[in-house]
Design a protein around this ligand. Structure first.
Ligand code: RIB
Ligand code: CA
Length: 330
């Protein structure tokens, strides 16, 4: 029987909500960058560290972008571990058509004031998870290569993972092919490993992230904050919106990765359903498809669910959460 996704943070000794310890694994990426700010700004979570993976851009770019965003936010205390520069078995195909060659085109970012963790992503995950007094929630919002490598390298630490809240996949759509979402498509073998891990997994897929549009008007609210962070993110989101206007005709962008962080905040923004999720690892036409069968509670004896899948989001609350997160930085 699949372990149930844990409820939100229990109360601490003082009766307050204990902060959920998280590691954000990402490929910044415009939406990854906003997910980073959200994780830094909210009292419900404690960001132990950031790990980077090749995906939206090469590893060198995604790592530099993560370091630059932490520098902009004044949070150079957060360790960053650079991970896989390519999928487990396939060649890397970056999303420069969405995020630009650097992975974070559209604004002037600061030169990173910190270097990456010397031992890399998998070792940083092991260090942070091993040293944590409580089980850690992983929030992977890029290809799942690092998480799969960690699970294989440190099987004895898997039990110290409370929850894996993945941005990836979809019930009924694709964005890199008609059949697949980009993160899962990039490394389907890694994704299959994570969904088969036996740890509590939540899949935040396109069905819910495409409901979470951050409009150009919302982006201009960031500029009206009259802060450097507000101006940088207004520019980044204006750039990010280009792809979505061309591709979908939308007046804004889905902030995919921030939905995964928002879910972990446990504020009730995202509705999920139990499901059986299988990942296609076949040829190009179907690679990375997430085959999702929703499972009613009464039916769980016949079909054991292996994940919770996001199906709905309160967009208005989500947008306000993001604006407030950006406003929390100078
Ligand atoms: O398909 C959307 C996902 O792919 C997001 O994580 C975005 O950042 C890209 O990595
Ligand atoms: Ca991403």
């Amino acid at each position: 029987m699949r372990p149930v996704v844990p409820a939100g943070p229990a109360a601490d000794a003082a009766g307050g909500r204990r902060r959920t310890a998280i590691i954000l694994d990402c490929d910044p990426g415009h939406d990854d960058a906003l997910a980073m700010l959200l994780a830094l700004a909210r009292p419900e979570v404690r960001l132990l560290g950031v790990t980077t993976v090749a995906g939206n851009a090469t590893l060198a770019h995604t790592t530099r972008n993560a370091l630059a965003v932490l520098t902009l936010a004044g949070r150079t205390d957060i360790p960053v571990g650079a991970g896989a520069d390519r999928p487990l078995r396939r060649s890397l195909q970056v999303a420069d058509h969405v995020h630009g060659e650097s992975g974070l085109e559209g604004a002037e970012l600061p030169v990173p004031a910190i270097d990456p963790w010397p031992e890399g992503a998998v070792e940083l995950m092991a260090h942070l998870i091993g040293a944590s007094s409580e089980a850690v929630t992983l929030v992977p919002v890029g290809p799942l290569t690092n998480v799969a490598m960690f699970l294989d390298a440190y099987p004895t630490l898997a039990g110290r993972i409370a929850h894996i809240c993945v941005m990836g996949g979809a019930i009924g759509e694709g964005n890199i092919t008609p059949a697949a979402e980009f993160n899962i498509w990039q490394d389907p073998e890694a994704a299959a490993r994570v969904f088969a891990s036996g740890r509590p997994v939540t899949m935040i897929g396109l069905d819910v992230t495409h409901q979470a549009l951050f409009t150009l008007a919302d982006a201009e609210r960031l500029r009206s904050l009259a802060t450097r962070t507000g101006a940088v993110f207004a520019d980044l989101l204006r750039y990010f919106a280009r792809f979505h206007a061309d591709r979908y005709g939308w007046e804004g962008s889905p902030i995919h990765d921030a939905v995964a962080v928002a879910h972990v905040l446990d504020l009730g923004l995202v509705e999920t359903r139990s499901a059986r999720v299988e990942v296609e690892t076949g040829d190009e036409s179907s690679r990375g498809r997430t085959i999702v069968e929703l499972v009613d509670p009464a039916d769980q004896e016949r079909l054991a669910p292996n994940a919770e899948v996001g199906v709905r989001i309160d967009r208005e609350r989500f947008v306000e959460l993001l604006v407030a997160a950006v406003a929390a930085f100078p």
